[in-house]
Design a protein around this ligand. Structure first.
Ligand code: CA
Length: 357
């Protein structure tokens, strides 16, 4: 009798649990994401759209992520505030856009003469990079995660060849951020011009040179039709985008959905790098074929040495003024030194010894 009653109770309890868990698993969470990019922008918007689909599929529909492009929210460089204030739960942008607001955000996209995409991913995920990044964003109620890499960016399109530091004097170049500060240190005039006006600015000689991304994104901009010298990179060796997450909102999600979000962000970061490589491969092949006049050049050592000296002096200043900046800069420099020693005997060694075979 007691046994039968117990069985009945157990059965009822099991049924109740089933209903409970069914009820829990059926609950959907609607998240809103604001991205810096305009809608349909290849590579960048592509990646964010895939991230939203991936999270929805992996969660069996319990996570629904609505992506608003810059066309909708009208604040392409305001993603930090949109997510911090909770107007949006998630964001996709680049950390260095916010250096005017929080100076230490500068270090988490890419640094001149810094790590390549793969070296930097190793630093983020296994070398303490992500912990430092969280330390910068935590006071703002934000979590951050790597959001996809464009690979080594090209040094830009120039109308005239650069053969010395002299050639850089008063050269007007569109180059934003920290790299622009370095060029100013060696005598050039960096300017910032909205992307939509760049082609005309170059065509009408308002600027002498510009950098954008690399073949992946440059082909559609058409700069190669105007300026034929295409310089190899030094200033953005591995530009990483970022996901921003409103911490308070993240904490309301069940553990499995948090894990799904983190996994989808990590896959997206990797996949964007793969897509960037694929796009550059295709686009560079097309450019070379259609515009055989394009001349690939590298800055002469004299120019690179001057830029590197300006870089080291500015970073030393940052480190002296802010203990957290000092820790970040030292962590990056130490990791770069170790990672590069390996890159040189592996990827670079292979490429160098087999390139003429
Ligand atoms: Ca760029």
């Amino acid at each position: 009798m007691i046994l039968r009653s117990l069985r009945k109770q157990t059965l009822l309890a099991s049924l109740f649990c089933l209903i409970c868990s069914f009820g829990l698993s059926a609950k959907t969470y609607q998240l809103r994401l604001a991205e810096t990019w305009p809608s349909k922008l290849p590579l960048l918007d592509d990646s964010v759209q895939r991230f939203a689909q991936m999270a929805e599929q992996m969660s069996g529909g319990r996570l629904q992520i609505k992506v608003d492009s810059a066309n909708k929210h009208k604040a392409p460089l305001g993603i930090f505030d949109l997510v911090k204030s909770g107007q949006y739960d998630l964001g996709h942008s680049a950390s260095y856009y916010y250096k005017g607001k929080v100076p230490n955000t500068l270090y988490f996209t890419t640094m001149p003469f810094g790590m390549t995409a793969m070296e930097q991913h190793a630093w983020y995920y296994y070398g303490g990079g992500q912990e430092l990044m969280q330390e910068v964003y935590a006071p703002h109620g934000l979590l951050t995660f790597p959001g996809g890499n464009t690979g080594v960016q090209m040094g830009g399109w120039f109308r005239e060849e650069i053969t010395s530091v002299e050639d850089l004097q008063n050269l007007k170049m569109r180059i934003p951020g920290f790299a622009g500060e370095l060029l100013a240190e060696v005598g050039a005039t960096p300017v910032n011009i909205p992307p939509a006006e760049l082609y005309m600015a170059l065509e009408r000689n308002t600027i002498d040179a510009l950098e954008w991304v690399g073949p992946s994104m440059d082909l559609r901009m058409g700069f190669h039709k105007i300026a034929k010298f295409y310089y190899t990179g030094w200033h953005e060796p591995g530009s990483e985008n970022m996901f921003l997450v409103n911490r308070a909102k993240f904490d309301t999600l069940p553990d499995d959905l948090q894990a799904i979000l983190i996994t989808a962000m990590r896959v997206t970061a990797f996949d964007m790098y793969v897509q960037a490589t694929a796009m550059s491969t295709e686009n560079w092949s097309q450019m070379r074929e259609q515009f055989p006049d394009i001349q690939v050049r590298s800055f002469p050592p004299e120019v690179l040495v001057a830029l590197k000296q300006a870089n080291d002096a500015l970073l030393a200043e940052h480190a002296a003024n802010d203990p957290l900046a000092k820790r970040i800069i030292e962590s990056q420099q130490q990791y770069l030194e170790k990672a590069r020693a390996y890159t040189l005997i592996s990827d670079y060694g292979y490429l160098e010894t087999t390139k003429d075979l």
